[in-house]
Design a protein around this ligand. Structure first.
Ligand code: PY5
Length: 297
């Protein structure tokens, strides 16, 4: 359905957005990417927290050591141009990806070429409303092993294996523990729990991706008058939680209804938060308008 893809400064037709099999990133996972949502409100497209996503793409590139030829402003403009070119009048997902594009087996990437592509497609729900999760046996790679704060392609093998284990056991999503046995995040989502009216989420030094939805949700909850505490979480705190939800660009705010076969209710805080989040992303809350980039189609 997508007509146009942006690649290295040009907008090309979907069929022509191709790379060679010897591309470095295909062999070694040397890519960094973003996932961004665009919400269509019937009149125009609202891109959620575009600047923060592009900034994280640049930070990920810096951590991996990719030399991008484009500035923050260049990439923002390229994304907006690609949104306009495709002209989707429905909700979309935006996937910018920078990757080592040289055709070589060399591991030394210092002098290799980097390409940037921007792919856009219509996108609805990623997970169902109310999911069953399993704390899987694969551990989240520790940030002394790989820089998990960067959204690097290769690191996602960790998520792929975790999700496969959960799905093969009949669950919808995986939760991973870190090397120290703290439950830290989902295969593609950050974790929040509500216990005794307080809200907890693992801190960024717990080998998590520093989610932009996580940051948004912390701000929204605080504005709603709740206390949000960043602290490591053990399995038993999840089993005895009043509410659990996952956050992410794809997952948005997804309530968890079961952890390892233990039932958890969808409570009022989660419900109120989802309602508030939906208002915000569709531009119905003036206070958070700064999070939205309006694109007239
Ligand atoms: N943790 C991991 C491992 C993630 O992959 C993601 C996002 C998040 C947390 C949440 O980050 P944010 O709120 O900034 O999106 N995952 C991607 C997404 O687009 C890919 C999912 C398939 O949601």
């Amino acid at each position: 359905m997508t007509k146009f893809v942006w690649i290295d400064g040009k907008i090309v037709e979907w069929e022509n957005a191709k790379i060679h099999v010897m591309t470095h990133a295909l062999h070694y996972g040397t890519s960094v990417f973003e996932g961004i949502r665009g919400y269509y409100n019937g009149e125009y497209m609202l891109i959620f927290r575009l600047r923060e996503h592009v900034k994280r793409l640049l930070d990920s590139s810096k951590i991996l050591g990719l030399k991008l030829k484009y500035s923050l402003e260049d990439i923002e403009k390229a994304i907006i141009d690609t949104v306009k070119a495709n002209n989707f009048k429905e909700n979309i997902y935006i996937r910018p990806i920078a990757f080592v594009s040289s055709q070589t087996i060399q591991l030394d990437i210092r002098n290799l070429d980097t390409s940037l592509a921007i792919i856009i497609f219509p996108f609805g729900k990623y997970l169902k409303e109310g999911i069953r999760v399993k704390i899987v046996s694969w551990r989240r790679v520790h940030n002394t092993m790989l820089p998990v704060m960067a959204k690097i392609g290769g690191i996602y093998v960790n998520s792929v294996l975790a999700l496969r284990e959960a799905r093969e056991n009949g669950y919808d999503e995986a939760l991973l523990m870190d090397i120290n046995g703290y439950v830290v995040e989902g295969s593609g989502e950050n974790l929040f729990i509500v216990r005794n009216e307080k809200i907890y989420t693992p801190p960024t030094n717990n080998s998590i991706l520093e989610g932009i939805t996580r940051d948004s949700v912390i701000k929204i909850l605080k504005d709603m008058g709740y206390e949000v505490i960043e602290k490591p979480l053990v399995r038993e705190e999840l089993y005895t939680a009043d509410e659990i939800f996952l956050t992410g660009t794809a997952a948005e705010i997804t309530p968890v209804i079961e952890v390892d076969n233990i039932k958890i209710g969808i409570g009022n805080i989660t419900k109120k938060l989802i309602e508030e989040f939906n208002n915000i992303v569709y531009g119905k809350n003036k206070k958070y308008e700064k999070w939205l980039t309006k694109v007239i189609l």
